[in-house]
Design a protein around this ligand. Structure first.
Ligand SMILES: Nc1ncnc2c1ncn2[C@@H]1O[C@H](COP(=O)(O)OP(=O)(O)OP(=O)(O)O)[C@@H](O)[C@H]1O
Length: 231
């Protein structure tokens, strides 16, 4: 479904992604794991088009999207929730959601009802400024904003970072609902292993810019955790 093949990426002279390959299967939730600085965020940005790749291909349902603009990739079905959420603090919740509507290219001017059904708090707070929301509410807004574009695959960069435990559970439930009930394919970067085990089907462990191990999340054993993830 989302196929990354022998991707290489550089920041200037620094070679960050090295012949990286992985496949997120249709309808599954894949989880990218790895210590700080191994290139997880860089990979997500390469998939969205925010960063160019030097070599390799990124295919969505067989079509190479690696030369498309970020906006064209969004229209093709790549949804992205960046690390740190990056909502617009001065705009209202509704305005934050409506900003994405413009990129749909179908003239729709109303926020789809299912966004507010998934996140009732956004409906309650739709006239409040994004900056007035709690971290957990902002995360829900950032996910809602990505869903406005009806993505085929949703990329989430550490959605639980800095969020209190009961809201982490809510976010896990929403990802589960999107993935398992609504069939949305998900690629998640996550540091919290219990969360990853709860929501993911597959894992991809990155080290030094490429995939070192991958498989069903149930096969992520202590040996792999010790070798590639413990700090
Ligand atoms: N804009 C940049 N310019 C130069 N180097 C960068 C830039 N952004 C990231 N890097 C470097 O690229 C490497 C990969 O960073 P990246 O943020 O992708 O890692 P990560 O696995 O997502 O880490 P984290 O868990 O800390 O977010 C790191 O060595 C980082 O210092």
């Amino acid at each position: 479904m989302l196929t990354i093949e022998t991707v290489n990426q550089y920041y200037g002279q620094s070679h960050i992604l090295w012949d990286l390959s992985l496949e997120v299967r249709e309808g599954t939730c894949g989880c990218l794991l790895g210590r700080n600085g191994v290139g997880k965020t860089t990979l997500l940005k390469c998939i969205t088009g925010l960063l160019p790749i030097a070599e390799g291909s990124i295919r969505l349902n067989g079509k190479d999207i690696s030369k498309l603009s970020t906006e064209a990739r969004a229209r093709a079905g790549i949804g992205y929730v960046p690390q740190g959420r990056e909502i617009f603090p001065q705009l209202t919740v509704e305005e934050n959601l409506k900003i994405s509507l413009g990129a749909r290219g179908d003239g729709q001017t109303k926020v789809p009802d299912h966004i507010y059904e998934l996140f009732p708090v956004l409906l309650d707070m739709r006239h409040r400024r994004g900056g007035d929301l709690s971290g957990g509410q902002q995360q829900q807004l950032a996910i809602g904003r990505a869903l406005v574009l009806d993505p085929k695959v949703l990329l989430l960069d550490e959605p639980t970072e800095g969020i209190q435990p009961n809201i982490v559970r809510d976010i896990g439930n929403v990802i589960g609902k999107l993935n398992r009930e609504m069939g949305l394919t998900v690629l998640l970067v996550e540091q919290k292993l219990p969360f990853a085990r709860k929501v993911a089907d597959d894992f991809f462990i990155m080290e030094k810019g490429h995939t070192q191990a991958s498989g069903a999340i149930a096969s992520l054993d202590d040996h792999l955790v010790q070798k590639y993830l413990s700090v």
